[in-house]
Design a protein around this ligand. Structure first.
Ligand code: ADP
Ligand code: ZN
Length: 652
């Protein structure tokens, strides 16, 4: 017998090896080690043949060892289904989860050490919480595909529900996967649950997990031990013989979709997996996505609500127009917000100031000739950071801002437009000189230590004000925060993306939900340039009313979740060639389409990144299958541009 394999790392062609007579059974998807030149490398089995390939001029070597991989009968069909859905080779998934096998460093022992500091307090679930657990338990036991949407307001105890479910799965000898939309959140959950669920082996499996810990998890999976696996994208691709439950927290977040092609969405992959594995899946959020709520109605997903906040109470919410003419010390801080901050400082309570922008200001423009500093590799303006540095947020290029305009040579005539977190810190420090102010955005969270330090300072009260971007909107529980100021709430509402209102509202509710976690009185000040109907729904008790007001509009315009959407991106360094090929692809798709709508090609707002140009074509239909069929029928060899297929591009 012979096998075709592909190496997990390095050479990407197909290689052939002989199976030794005494080898244990080998299946497609098995991991083997093979000799190549003078080295030994792991590889994945793509095909098995009874006879040797014809016209083979050289000697075929034998494979060396077979790695055990945990077995589940639905696992290969699951990878096949994913590879068809994303129009990529199924080896992609195997490579992603097994790369650590070829990395050095051996596991020292096979069990996860329980954390030393345990803070388990006995919690009795409320009726609302118990209701979810009582419903889910038999579903785990019966092994039934049961999608459940859990809408729980911020601080309503969703995590307590997850903990109970994980325990129950564990008692039945089953493994749970818990997915969060960001690595920092996954790390936090890992630490929290390790201290609270002390009898369960808990493993992170994400970019911050060490090779050693990944190997430990692999040993546990091979032994079939029930464990809890926490991550963002990777855990959903793991082979697991006893998977019994999947939990998706913050299910509305775009973070489940990978940022680089192929843009796999782990929430979507989780739903496919739960269906094939016949297991329950629970999706939780304080602001469920419109599409999940629509699935409750259309696909019979089960729906539960937690309406009460545990401690503290909901904040009072006020909206303040920024462009009124009232005198104030700084344009970005309204009188109401200023007074509220002074009040919090006097009472030693904490404030969060939220701005959905990092950096110092958006862009720098010459007052004389309107010249704007742009990245030389990307079609975006550069963002001003501290120390007069201009950054490209897409390719990372940094340059020092010159003092004269490169275009008209006028000296010192620059206008800084917009506002960023660093500037907010400066403004606040001037207005409140004694306040201790911290900052949390993408720039500051890249430095993990600094980020942990900021979180700790917020917890122990050594910070008065925390200025941040979306990083601070999710999951954090700071008991002393009684004021949240949203500097420019309509900032992202005017983007030409049809779900801008939904994502903006979700973000506002999440950040507003940081206020009053432990106090009876708290305030959210929403500052806006232009008023917008969604501000009426920031009080999270009204969230479902937003769904009802919005879904009709989606149905009328035929956007998701009513219809399914696919994005095809074409990329090439030669813009002329790209345009030609984009037109060709659109016309081929149009010719072959039965009922699907082909939109574009369009030049996206950011159409050049790292010198590579981009065009996009969208496909729309009531079902996904015809869209996959349509794209898969295209002869890709006709194109010099790279083609990327993304079903459901906005996590809808
Ligand atoms: P969410 O995940 O919905 O934002 P959490 O699960 O973090 O909310 O719960 C918020 C707070 O309420 C936590 O401090 C948690 O310990 C507490 N809590 C949750 N459920 C209960 C309960 N049944 N009894 C007592 N405290 C609870
Ligand atoms: Zn750039």
């Amino acid at each position: 017998m012979y096998i075709n394999v592909r190496l997990l790392k390095g050479f990407s062609g197909i290689l052939t090896y002989k199976i030794p007579a005494d080898a244990p059974p080998i299946a497609i998807g098995s991991i083997v080690t093979v000799p190549i030149r003078t080295q030994i490398k792991p590889a994945v089995v793509l095909a098995i043949h009874h006879s040797a390939p014809e016209n083979q001029s050289f000697v075929i070597k034998e494979l060396l060892t077979l790695e055990t991989i945990p077995y589940a009968d639905y696992y290969q069909p699951f990878l096949t289904k994913l590879s068809s859905y994303y129009q990529i080779d199924s080896v992609h998934f195997t490579k992603r989860i097994t790369q650590f096998i070829s990395q050095k460093e051996l596991p020292s022992d096979a069990t996860a050490e329980p954390s030393a500091s345990c803070t388990t307090e006995i919690i009795t679930l409320t009726d609302e919480q118990q209701c979810v657990v009582t419903f889910m338990n038999p579903q785990i036991e019966k092994q039934q595909y049961t999608p459940v949407l859990l809408h729980g307001v911020t601080g309503s105890g969703k995590t307590e529900v997850y903990k109970k479910l994980i325990l129950q799965a564990h008692q039945q000898g089953k493994t749970t996967i818990l997915l969060l939309p960001e690595v920092t959140l996954a790390v936090n959950f890992e630490l929290l649950l390790k201290s609270q669920l002390i009898n369960i082996s808990i493993f992170g499996f994400h970019s911050a997990t060490s090779v050693k810990d990944k190997k430990k998890l692999w040993v546990s999976l091979c032994a079939g031990t029930p464990v809890l696996i926490i991550g963002v994208h990777l855990p959903i691709f793991l082979p697991i013989s006893n998977l019994g439950l999947i939990i998706i927290d913050e299910e509305h977040e775009i973070g489940f979709q990978e940022k680089k092609h192929p843009k796999i969405n782990s929430k979507e992959a989780a739903l496919i997996r739960a269906q094939l594995a016949n297991i329950p899946i629970i999706l939780g959020s304080a602001t469920p996505s419109i599409s999940s709520l629509y699935n409750v109605k259309m696909k019979g997903w089960h729906f539960f609500q937690l309406k009460k906040r545990f401690s503290g109470s909901f904040p009072t919410i006020i909206t303040v127009p920024l462009n009124d003419k009232k005198k104030r010390k700084n344009f970005w801080i309204s009188k109401k917000l200023e007074l509220a901050i002074i009040d919090r400082l006097s009472k030693s309570e904490q404030t969060i100031i939220f701005l959905n922008r990092r950096g110092y200001s958006f862009f720098v423009q010459c007052k004389q000739c309107s010249f704007i500093f742009e990245c030389t590799h990307c079609s975006v303006s550069l963002t001003l950071h501290e120390h007069n540095m201009l950054h490209c947020h897409y390719c990372g290029q940094t340059t020092t801002q010159p003092t004269t305009c490169p275009s008209c040579k006028t000296d010192q005539s620059f206008l800084k437009k917009g506002i960023g977190t660093q500037q907010v810190v400066e403004i606040l420090q001037k207005l409140f000189p004694t306040a201790r102010i911290g900052r949390a955005d993408m720039d500051s969270t890249v430095n993990k230590k600094q980020w942990q330090e900021t979180i700790r300072s917020m917890h122990d009260g050594s910070l008065d004000i925390l200025v941040g971007t979306q990083t601070i909107t999710k999951g954090y529980h700071f008991p002393k925060v009684t004021l949240v100021g949203i500097l420019w709430a309509d900032l992202n509402l005017h983007f030409p993306i049809f779900n801008a209102a939904e994502t903006t509202l979700q973000q506002l509710i999440q950040v507003a939900g940081r206020a009053g976690r432990n106090s009876a009185e708290s305030l959210v000040v929403i500052q806006t340039m232009l008023d917008h109907p969604i501000f009426a729904y920031v009080d999270e008790i009204n969230y479902l009313a937003f769904y009802h007001s919005h879904i009709e509009q989606r149905i009328t315009i035929g956007y998701p979740p009513y219809n399914r959407l696919v994005e095809i991106e074409l990329k090439h360094n030669d813009e002329q060639l790209l345009d030609k090929e984009a037109d060709l692809l659109a016309s081929l798709l149009n010719d072959q389409s039965k009922n699907s709508l082909v939109l574009g090609p369009a030049k996206p707002p950011i159409h050049k990144i790292k010198n590579s140009y981009s065009r996009k074509i969208y496909l729309k239909d009531s079902e996904m299958t015809p869209l996959i069929t349509l794209f898969s029928a295209i002869d890709k060899k006709k194109f010099k541009s790279s083609l990327f297929f993304t079903p459901n591009p906005l996590n809808l």
